[in-house]
Design a protein around this ligand. Structure first.
Ligand code: ATP
Ligand code: MG
Length: 417
């Protein structure tokens, strides 16, 4: 992409009323736009990051044998009444709306109820199971506070996956595999080393649900980490008897601020009984399907990455989710070298593109200092400079955004990167 064509521009300052670091950086660098408190738009650069995250999650969900669907955002109160979750006293984040004839509808904050009802129309026998469905879908939550930028939106994109099994044992085995897939997702995104499998309360069926908590000063949660076991517990389960049952010693735990990037639950028959999702087992007996649910917030994950890696100069993207891999910067100095620098830069841009390497090419007519400042703010992993000092076909000056390391490299070495 040519930066002169990129519709967003960088800015010196974020909006005055924005208190979160992730939103401030992302707005200044032109990745997102703030509509209002807790509501953000994704612009071309931001959307590329979201799509990279989405693809990583999609690959791992497909590898588990899950099938992608897309359910509606508008919700039928009938099924939520059946599960007892329509009342604002039970779910305190509902957004509700009305048809012209005053019939109430909800805007989905989560999708257990509609997913279970939808599946119930397609599952009859044990041969139809196990079944794993997932979607990427906008959730609406009337969050009380929205001080964490894209980490706590009132409208946000979630990947929610649902498992439908024949027995508790089948659910247990799948749940463990799903937990491993989650671990892999956070590793691939670049935050594996600081993300902990965390015991939390809930899961109607099991004693615990599990959160994936990423250690970060901007977090709204606290976790207590057992570093040796690479696990943690959250506030809800920080009780002596529970710690004992998990074989954890209180004195060994380290308290950290953290961000819940994912959450997985074993619901068992909680929703399937209420909504009549049954199957005929091998002996011809009707049984309720055994269900689990598995969520990740894509914006929350992106915001977490920003909070962890950004430095004083701006964003720093891990390669796996960066909007582009290379930021090609042409520096056209004074004198008559301009045409040859531009020719050299365009050639390199074409070669990288034809090798399938994603490049943002800063072809704008600006001072070097401004271009470097924008490059640091946008945070693309590798910066390449083409100037009057660059020879024909390189070597090129390449700088690593994260470490600041500068090397002179040939085209082939760039392609290897
Ligand atoms: P929290 O306790 O932080 O409010 P939650 O436990 O209500 O979150 P879940 O219902 O478990 O959230 O949702 C699954 C995942 O969706 C969370 O682990 C998180 O990654 C993401 N998520 C939840 N709420 C938001 C939000 N308001 N904005 C962005 N992502 C969110
Ligand atoms: Mg949760």
């Amino acid at each position: 992409m040519l930066q002169s064509h990129l519709f967003t521009k960088t800015r010196k300052e974020g909006p005055k009323n924005e208190v979160s670091a992730n939103a401030n950086f992302l707005i200044r660098a032109g990745f997102i736009h703030k509509e209002m408190a807790g509501v953000y738009d994704y612009l071309p650069l931001g959307l590329r990051v979201i799509e990279n995250i989405r693809n990583i999650i999609r690959e791992e969900m497909n590898a588990l044998g899950c099938q992608e669907v897309s359910l509606s955002a508008l919700q039928d109160p009938e099924i939520w009444n059946k599960s007892g979750r329509w009342s604002d006293d039970v779910v305190d984040v509902w957004f509700k709306t009305k048809l012209k004839n005053d019939v109430l509808l909800g805007l989905g904050a989560t999708h257990e109820e509609p997913m279970v009802r939808m599946v119930s129309e397609h599952v009859r026998s044990y041969r139809d199971l196990p079944l794993y469905t997932y979607q990427f879908q906008t959730k609406f939550r009337n969050e009380l506070r929205s001080k964490s930028g894209i980490m706590r939106g009132r409208e946000f994109l979630m990947k929610d996956m649902y498992s439908f099994c024949r027995s508790e044992a089948e659910l247990d085995a799948f749940y463990d595999k799903a937990a491993l897939a989650y671990k892999k997702i956070f590793e691939r995104v670049g935050i594996g080393d600081r993300t902990y499998f965390t015991f939390a309360s809930g899961g109607m069926f099991s004693k615990f649900s599990h959160e994936f908590q990423t250690v970060c000063g901007a977090g709204e949660d606290f976790i207590y980490i057992d570093e040796e076991k690479r696990i943690a517990v959250n506030d809800e389960v920080m009780q002596d008897d529970i710690l004992k049952s998990l074989g954890i010693e209180r004195s060994k735990l380290r308290k950290e601020k953290s961000i819940e990037v994912g959450n997985i639950f074993k619901y068992g028959t909680r929703y399937t009984k209420e909504l009549g999702l049954n199957f005929m087992d091998e002996d011809g007996n009707e049984q309720p399907v055994i269900n689990g649910a598995y969520g990740i917030g894509l914006g929350r994950l992106m915001g977490t990455v920003v909070e962890i890696f950004a430095d004083a100069k701006g964003l720093v993207w891990p390669e796996a989710i960066a909007p582009f891999k290379f930021h090609l910067i042409e520096i056209v100095g004074g004198g008559d070298t301009g045409d040859s620098v531009r020719k050299e830069a365009i050639e390199l841009y074409d070669k990288l593109n034809s090798n399938g390497v994603s490049v943002l090419y800063d072809d704008r007519d600006l001072r070097a200092g401004e271009k470097f400042g924008d490059s640091d703010l946008i945070g693309i992993p590798w910066r390449i400079v083409v100037s009057s000092k660059t020879g024909t076909d390189g070597p090129y000056e390449v700088k690593n955004r994260k470490t600041g390391e500068v090397k002179m490299v040939t085209l082939n070495e760039i392609l290897e990167l």
